[in-house]
Design a binder for this molecule. Structure first.
Ligand SMILES: Cc1cc2nc3c(=O)[nH]c(=O)nc-3n(C[C@H](O)[C@H](O)[C@H](O)COP(=O)(O)OP(=O)(O)OC[C@H]3O[C@@H](n4cnc5c(N)ncnc54)[C@H](O)[C@@H]3O)c2cc1C
Length: 434
């Protein structure tokens, strides 16, 4: 293993690590990127929606050759009960623009593509190389990493930890606390393959247009979680996730929930005839702003999922990963060119810069939402059932006059604790959302 000293070492070749490594290598820094997987993307799981804006700021012409599946023109949001859903959708031809705003992607080819750009920019990538620990001076300053390769010590001015949600290197080194079961979700996902024409007719799509469905409700059996179904060119990504703390106390395993979602009467027809080829599971950090650990210190920075940068309300993670990676990379480039100072003092500018981006602004805005969602189990039982009953009462034409229908719906909401509970939750949500 080459033990020459690098300007920067990046641990991980997911979106955050690739963004950081690309930003630094493109500006001429000597960058080493270490990835434990057989190739970039081999270990990674995502829904996956790619938000173009974050990548555009790193590789403006990414649309020329990135492996994109479909550009999203329609978003459906469904509240499921056992036999129905109450939904809202937004579909617009405006999303058929020259430079679409959101795409579905498949992570393995996407990460490989991104990594090829990182290498073209001049970074050195070593796969099948796991970083086992950080090398530190007596004063605690990080000066390199130890890997699982023979003689695998490598030195650098700064180490960027882009190792994803588990963050074991940071955790072992005491830079980050252990993950808490109530701030992390476990998601399972399957790929269902169908002919392109079937997907297009089933979802009312033309060419590379795409639809995404986000769902929640009784399908998670009272546990805090959401499900999704995304259209790719010749496959559908289908998944569901819940808080790890809920799985610990809940009565259903992840694959049981996925089965329940797939066999729901509103989902099953969309999957009919598909061949299932891949099954994966992954954690998602969902603690939000309050769970963000210390992000910098002498000789190190944390980016992406390792720093808990996920907006669970809007299901954004990869864009936060790329943005934090880019911002970290830009700061390191600047410090290399000016002060050659990688102390905590100098690297602290990373956090200040993040506060000026949507990443910190959004996470801060929603800082109380994770607690609200995780503490309001009625969202995953009482409310979806109530909404479905109300809709059904309203839509059924059965001889009852409309005033009577209104009375029935109000009575339904008033019954048991639903009204006071609903008002209390609405009040708490409004406070959390401010
Ligand atoms: C089911 C699911 C659906 C999602 N859907 C979306 C979505 O639709 N849109 C969206 O924006 N986000 C989504 N996310 C979140 C998104 O996937 C993450 O936010 C994003 O992948 C974070 O990127 P990252 O580079 O920080 O971490 P990762 O993508 O996890 O990459 C970390 C990399 O580090 C490597 N690594 C770890 N430890 C070591 C080590 N010790 N040595 C060397 N290498 C190491 C790993 O192998 C991996 O390649 C979803 C996540 C899941 C699980």
């Amino acid at each position: 293993m080459n033990t020459g000293k690098f300007d920067a070492i990046v641990i991980g070749a997911g979106p955050s690590g690739n963004a950081a490594a690309y930003t630094m290598a493109k500006e001429g820094l000597k960058v080493l990127q270490l990835e434990r997987g057989e190739y970039p993307g081999s270990k990674n799981v995502q829904g996956a929606i790619l938000y173009a804006n974050a990548l555009e700021q790193i590789i403006p012409d990414f649309r020329d050759d990135a492996p994109l599946e479909r550009h999203i023109i329609e978003q459906r949001m469904w509240m499921l009960d056992d036999t129905s859903y109450v939904g809202m959708s937004y579909r617009s031809d405006d999303f058929n623009e020259e430079k679409p705003n959101r795409y579905t992607i498949i992570r393995a080819p996407f990460d490989r593509w991104f990594s090829s750009k990182v290498r073209e920019a001049g970074a050195t990538l070593l796969c099948e190389t796991t970083v086992t620990e950080l090398i530190r001076t007596e004063s605690g300053r990080v000066i390199g990493v130890r890997t699982d390769r023979d003689g695998g010590v490598v030195l650098a001015d700064v180490v960027v930890l882009a190792e994803g949600v588990n963050g074991l290197v940071a955790q072992r080194s005491g830079l980050r606390p252990e993950l808490k079961p109530d701030t992390v979700a476990l998601a399972v996902k399957e790929m269902h393959f169908l002919p392109r024409e079937t997907i297009e007719s089933r979802f009312n799509l033309r060419g590379s247009e795409g639809v995404v469905i986000e769902a929640m409700g009784t399908v998670t059996g009272g546990m805090s979680g959401t499900a999704f179904l995304y259209t790719n060119q010749e496959s559908l990504s289908v998944g569901i996730g819940c808080l790890v703390s809920d799985f610990k106390t809940g009565n259903a395993a992840p694959y049981e929930l996925l089965e329940r979602f797939k066999t729901h009467s509103s989902i099953a027809p969309l999957l009919q005839g598909a061949e299932v080829k891949e099954y994966s599971a992954h954690l998602i950090p969902e603690g939000g702003y309050r769970a963000i650990p210390q992000l910098y210190g002498d000789g190190w920075l944390i980016v992406g999922d390792a720093g808990q940068f996920v907006n669970a309300v809007h299901r954004e993670g990869s864009n936060m990963a790329m943005t934090t990676g880019r911002v970290a990379g830009e700061l390191i480039v600047q410090l290399c060119r000016t002060r050659s100072d990688f102390s905590a003092d100098a690297l602290g500018a990373y956090q200040d810069r993040l506060h000026k981006t949507f990443v910190m602004k959004d996470l801060k805005k929603y800082k109380d939402i994770p607690n609200f969602l995780h503490g309001t189990k009625h969202l995953f039982g009482t409310y979806p059932r109530m909404m479905s009953q109300a809709m059904q009462t309203w839509l059924r034409v059965d001889g009852a006059d409309k005033r009577e229908k209104e009375r029935q719906i109000v009575g339904m909401v008033r019954s048991s604790r639903k009204l006071t509970g609903l008002l209390g939750d609405a009040f708490r949500l409004a406070r959390a959302w401010r």
